[in-house]
Design a binder for this molecule. Structure first.
Ligand code: MG
Length: 254
């Protein structure tokens, strides 16, 4: 490039910048007029998957004191093993973000629904299925990551038996009217091992083995239940946090 050419280029570039500045000067910033509360500062977890500062830690690998019937399960080496009965949180939750780490046994036993079957029941009735779904044919809406009997996961992203897996669940609780009918259904988003398998899925009601899904009015907040299905499954690092959108004050109407 000659000196003259590079000079011309510089002039052209300066003209572009000047035009952009002039355009910006003509633009007025849009402001919605909504007055927002300041988002709370929350310290993130120390590592990916670790509980953030505002989480309720339900199981940190040491004991199941946060759970009813927790004494029925075995805790060792930083994880819990399903035994004897389901366990439920002593505390209740509504709209929430839930992190669960789980594994099915490294030594594979059984098949279909009888292999590493457990499950995360949000509000004690909406089950995200846990199953060993590696080379284990079963009905698709009952495989690992399914909203049991309502929808298969979008993809089967299961890790091998014995390997730790994650669920990150965003749950919006249903709302019921005084007549007991649902006025707003529950919605659930599930990431299995970091991969979305349900995106704002509308639940049709409780997830049942022996009857169609249906809503039955329940409290606005309910415990989280982990299933004992007669198979072994392992859990570690379980935490939950309330999930609530900020509410702004709309501008005064003119
Ligand atoms: Mg199950």
């Amino acid at each position: 490039m000659t000196k003259r050419q590079s000079g011309l280029l510089l002039v052209a570039a300066a003209a572009v910048v000047a035009t952009a500045n002039a355009t910006l000067a003509l633009l007025q910033e849009y402001k919605s007029g909504v007055v927002w509360p300041e988002p709370k500062v929350v310290a993130a977890g120390a590592t990916p998957g670790a509980p953030p500062a505002d989480a309720v830690v339900l199981f940190d690998g040491k004991d199941l004191s946060q759970w009813k019937n927790g004494e029925n399960w075995e805790v060792k080496d930083g994880y819990a093993i399903t035994r004897k009965s389901d366990i439920s949180t002593k505390e209740s939750f509504g709209d929430c973000q839930l992190h669960v780490e789980f594994a099915t046994p490294a030594v594979v036993k059984g098949n279909g629904q009888g292999r590493g079957n457990s499950g995360v029941y949000i509000m004690e009735r909406y089950e995200v299925q846990i199953l060993d779904s590696v080379d284990n044919p079963t009905y698709f809406d009952g495989q690992c990551g399914a909203m049991y009997k309502q929808s298969p996961p979008m993809v089967n992203v299961s890790r091998k038996p014995g390997e730790w897996q994650t669920y990150d669940i965003l749950f919006e609780a249903p709302v019921f009217g005084d007549d007991g009918k649902v006025t707003k259904p529950a919605f659930v988003t599930v990431l299995h091992n970091g991969v979305v398998v349900h995106n704002h899925f509308e639940l049709k009601g409780s997830t049942n083995f022996d009857r169609p899904a249906a809503y039955v009015k329940h409290a606005a907040r309910m415990p989280i239940r982990l299933q004992f299905h007669g198979d072994e499954a392992m859990y570690r690092n379980i935490w939950v946090r309330e999930m609530a959108a900020l509410v702004g004050t709309p501008p005064a109407s003119k």
